[in-house]
Design a protein around this ligand. Structure first.
Ligand SMILES: Nc1nc2c(c(=O)[nH]1)N[C@H]1C(S)=C(S)[C@@H](COP(=O)(O)O)O[C@H]1N2
Ligand SMILES: [Mo]
Length: 168
């Protein structure tokens, strides 16, 4: 491994092969699991992504792992969601226009779940599109989750994120 390589994403917990991935390692995951243009999955998204399932294959996730906890230590945000619900529709976006994602874009890495329910409508909702994603922890049963639980808390979070405008 290059000494300059910077780990962006750790995959651990119930996996046979814990991983610490830098940008090159993300891009080197199975080509069959790469999405060169995320706007093909959702016109509102863009960038280069790797499918969650490709990451779990590389880390050899154990069959008993049924939840994944998405960590964003940058702002202490966590979402823990059932694997079955997102296995085939979650992606980690790692590049936009050939460069790393900015902080405003939720970078360096952000999760993107296709066809997601609106905020706190479901266990898997828009709020689970974790920005600043730096760790995926595989667990049996639900892990740590501090997504806002009620409308007030949620609105306050959106206000903090967007500096005024209310989201959904
Ligand atoms: N790290 C982190 N990720 C986050 C949040 C956050 O506060 N911190 N907010 C979530 C919420 S509540 C929503 S609705 C979406 C918004 O994503 P968007 O800004 O791309 O619309 O990001 C989610 N990801
Ligand atoms: Mo949200």
């Amino acid at each position: 491994m290059k000494t300059t390589a910077q780990t962006l994403l750790t995959i651990d917990g119930l996996v046979a092969k814990p991983l610490a991935l830098d940008l090159d390692a993300l891009a080197a995951i199975d080509p069959g699991r790469q999405v060169s243009d995320a706007s093909r999955l959702d016109p509102a998204r863009k960038g280069q992504a790797v499918a969650l399932v490709g990451l779990l294959e590389a880390a050899e996730a154990m069959p008993e792992a049924d939840y994944l906890t998405l960590h964003a230590s940058a702002d202490d945000f966590y979402a823990s969601i059932p694997l079955a619900a997102v296995r085939d529709r979650a992606f980690v976006v790692y590049r936009i226009d050939g460069r790393p994602l900015s902080e405003a874009e939720g970078g360096p890495l952000r999760l993107f779940i296709r066809d997601v329910a609106s905020c706190h409508a479901d266990q898997v909702d828009e709020c689970a599109n974790v920005k600043f994603l730096d760790r995926i922890e595989m667990t049996r049963g639900k892990g740590h989750d501090n997504r806002p639980q009620d409308d007030d808390a949620h609105e306050a979070l959106h206000r903090r994120q967007s500096g005024g405008e209310t989201g959904n």
